[in-house]
Design a protein around this ligand. Structure first.
Ligand SMILES: Nc1ncnc2c1ncn2[C@@H]1O[C@H](COP(=O)(O)OP(=O)(O)O)[C@@H](O)[C@H]1O
Ligand SMILES: [Mg+2]
Length: 389
């Protein structure tokens, strides 16, 4: 099953290109689902169809779904939220305010991704296309399961034990309700489900495509997401430059745009060297409906197969050397000075700007000391060597 994610700044054409790619896949006979996790749902507008929170058929082999994140939220968080509400109640917070406090920012999008897991497990689909939220949210949410994993491994077992021991004493003394085992179970279940989503998204049959328009501000953001997505181990396999003005028969105003877009497009090619950069012209009208969307996508991908599984090294690989090993991590568009590294036991903390990844090292690396690092050809290479005794 092929999983394709589309992300990019708001308004650049994510939904349009995602919907078009799905329409093209369905036309080729693949059982296709396109689902949107962006709270600003626009798939129903793109398809000009009524689309619900369950997969809705809009053409042969083509289903569309706009995830009702609020509903998922209520289902998954009921238990955890119940506990938090009880605690806040004891603390004297009024119930209405407490209700708001228990809503975690970004939680909706995360839970929308859980729907991806369900659909992937259903066996109903050959292709799932995900129309993601704009870049910043997507990146934050994609890192969640891994970050949570750290918490789950270190903190939760401890808390569970502490709570077990202290519960009888504390509940009586302070009147503070202690979480029941069911709360811990709910947290653990949620975590393992998110972990599955992460495995699915960073697996060999999944890839991310960046949608942009040829404007400097948009390009700058797309470059940053390319770096950050790579940092978190997601494979970017293409860029779609959308709303490119046609040069033919341009008046002065349009000729100006063509020139400035050309300059940015040249930078796009440089920024994503090695990746296909597909182009989509600015159409005279909004591409709406299955036919128009499929036509747009057919033009975008041209001769190339939109569903081709990416080949090549992948974002993460370990190479054995005489004295130890080298860890290769795809990290495009950065220099060594942008990257901070810290080693903590079997963990390697890689930071780029405000984004941080906690890499749990595979056993083959964990036994070595970190001997040095460099950035070369869009890759971070960390050298591991035998400990000197
Ligand atoms: N190549 C294009 N030519 C003309 N209009 C486009 C093109 N791509 C997108 N649009 C229109 O631009 C608007 C924003 O596109 P949309 O796909 O909803 O963006 P996003 O999902 O990134 O917010 C929509 O009205 C869409 O129909
Ligand atoms: Mg959209």
């Amino acid at each position: 099953m092929r999983v394709l994610l589309f992300t990019g700044k708001g308004g650049v054409g994510k939904s349009t290109v995602a919907a078009g790619t799905a329409a093209l896949a369905a036309a080729a006979g693949h059982r296709t689902l396109v689902l949107s996790t962006d709270a600003a749902h626009s798939l129903s507008d793109a398809f000009d169809a009524t689309v619900g929170s369950e997969p809705t058929e809009v053409a042969d082999h083509l289903f569309v779904q706009q995830v009702d994140a609020q509903l998922r939220f209520e289902q998954s968080w009921a238990e955890i939220q119940g506990y938090l509400l009880a605690v806040l109640d004891v603390a004297g917070v009024d119930p209405i305010a407490a209700e708001e406090l228990t809503v975690i920012p970004g939680a909706e999008e995360v839970l929308a991704l859980l729907e991806l897991r369900l659909q992937a497990r259903s066996g109903r689909w050959d292709v799932i296309v995900v129309d993601c939220a704009p870049t910043a949210e997507t990146l934050r949410l994609l890192a969640m399961p891994e970050a949570l994993g750290w918490y789950m491994k270190r903190v939760l077992p401890l808390e569970r034990r502490v709570v077990k021991t202290l519960k009888p004493v504390l509940s009586r003394a302070a009147g503070i309700p202690m979480p029941e085992d069911t709360v811990f179970d709910a947290v653990e279940r949620l975590h393992s489900e998110l972990d599955e989503v992460r495995a699915l998204l960073s697996g060999p049959e999944a890839s991310v495509r960046l949608v942009l328009t040829p404007e400097n501000v948009v390009l700058a953001e797309a470059r940053r997401s390319y770096t950050t997505l790579s940092l978190y181990g997601y494979r970017v396999d293409g860029v779609v430059a959308n709303r490119v003005f046609p040069a033919e028969g341009a008046d002065d105003w349009r000729a100006g745009w063509v020139m400035s877009q050309d300059a940015v497009l040249e930078q796009v090619d440089q920024s994503f060297a090695g990746l296909p950069v597909w182009r989509s012209v600015y159409r005279p009208a909004e591409p709406v409906g299955v036919q128009a969307l499929a036509a747009l996508a057919a033009e975008v991908y041209g001769e190339s197969d939109p569903l081709a599984v990416p080949t090549g090294a992948g974002p993460f690989r370990v190479e054995r050397t005489e004295r130890g090993a080298v860890l290769h991590l795809a990290l495009p568009n950065v220099s060594r000075a942008d990257v901070d590294l810290a080693r903590n036991g079997d963990e390697l903390v890689v930071s780029v700007g405000s984004y941080r990844r906690l890499l749990t090292l595979p056993a083959v690396l964990a036994k070595y000391r970190t001997a040095g690092a460099r950035v070369e050809q869009g890759e971070l290479q960390v050298r591991f060597e035998e400990k000197v005794t």
